[in-house]
Write a protein that binds this ligand. Structure first.
Ligand SMILES: [Zn+2]
Length: 313
């Protein structure tokens, strides 16, 4: 403090620390792996404020808080909860969880009905690494995998087989490490694409039925085998093949010297009756392809799944 020539008392250059963030009246629970932008947007939406305004509260005053500190104040959730749920905040708290790599993390949208249920308003919830999540919501029967617009997520009400396949995969996930299961599922998905291209088996669910039910314009009819409609239709068989291959891998790991009674091609044909007799070249191709698949999946089982899994599969 100092006294001016006019006798007034003046505060000497006290630092000005504006309070730019206060707890908001309403909060929303973050989704696992949600992006920071998505969470700001949802938090803003339930408080009738644009998300960017929460993040940058003033056009002329600098907010000294980083995103994690700011969201801690705004949302009312502890920093540990926020850093676990939102990978984008972990660089501010590496002691809580390892930050994700700066690039290579795809993003996607969670089920639109889950978003509505959790936020109370229809909103897009964007998450990192959608490929590691289930491509569909069992509760709301919506296919979300690789769909860029939540409003176009595919309604699976007419195809319970697809939902049942995910339930089966979830059961497998309780007994097998996630990286192994994801790898086998992806390899089996690729195998089913190749088999579908050769017209060897018929899908139990047709993508045409799913597409007609979606009421999307004809111009959007799926052309690529990796289109979400075609992936969804193929999913029951992808999961069935995944379960079959994992069982074989486990038998092999339990006793590498035990001869399997059937080749993988024989077992495959038993579980997936062929739509037609393969041509001279297709039969050997199928055999080689499935042996390659089995070898890749066995290699992916390192470190091997728990020994007890062999008894369950
Ligand atoms: Zn849902």
């Amino acid at each position: 403090m100092s006294v001016t020539t006019t006798g007034r008392v003046r505060a000497d250059s006290l630092p000005f620390a504006p309070v730019l963030a206060r707890p908001l009246p309403s909060t929303v629970t973050p989704f696992p792996n949600e992006t920071v932008d998505s969470y700001f947007d949802r938090l803003g939406a339930v408080n009738q404020t644009p998300g960017y305004r929460l993040r940058y509260p003033s056009d002329w005053l600098h907010c000294p808080l980083n995103d994690l500190e700011l969201l801690e104040v705004l949302s009312g959730f502890p920093r540990t909860t926020l850093a676990w749920a939102l990978p984008g905040l972990r660089r501010h708290a590496p002691e809580i969880n390892t930050p994700p790599p700066p690039t290579g993390w795809d993003t996607g949208f969670v089920c639109r009905r889950c978003a509505l249920q959790r936020s109370g308003i229809p909103h897009r919830v964007q998450v990192h690494a959608p490929g590691r999540r289930a491509p569909l919501c069992i509760t709301h029967r919506l296919w979300t995998g690789l769909i860029p617009v939540p409003s176009e997520q595919i309604d699976l009400s007419i195809t319970p087989e697809i939902v049942r396949a995910q339930i089966r995969l979830n059961r497998l996930s309780r007994r097998h490490p996630a990286p192994f299961l994801e790898r086998v599922r992806d390899l089996c998905g690729g195998t089913m694409v190749q088999i579908e291209r050769r017209g060897l088996i018929r899908n139990e669910v047709t993508w045409e039925a799913l597409f007609e039910a979606s009421k999307l314009p004809d111009a959007r009819r799926p052309a690529s085998p990796f289109d979400p409609f075609r992936m969804a239709a193929r999913y029951p068989q992808t999961v069935r093949l995944t379960a079959m291959v994992i069982a074989r891998v486990n038998r092999h790991l339990a006793d590498p010297n035990a001869d399997s009674k059937k080749t993988i091609a024989e077992e495959f044909v038993e579980q997936f009756p062929l739509d037609r007799n393969p041509r001279t070249t297709t039969g050997p191709w199928l055999n080689r392809f499935l042996v390659g698949l089995l070898n890749s999946c066995t290699a992916a089982a390192s470190p091997p799944p728990h020994a007890s899994q062999a008894n369950h599969s």
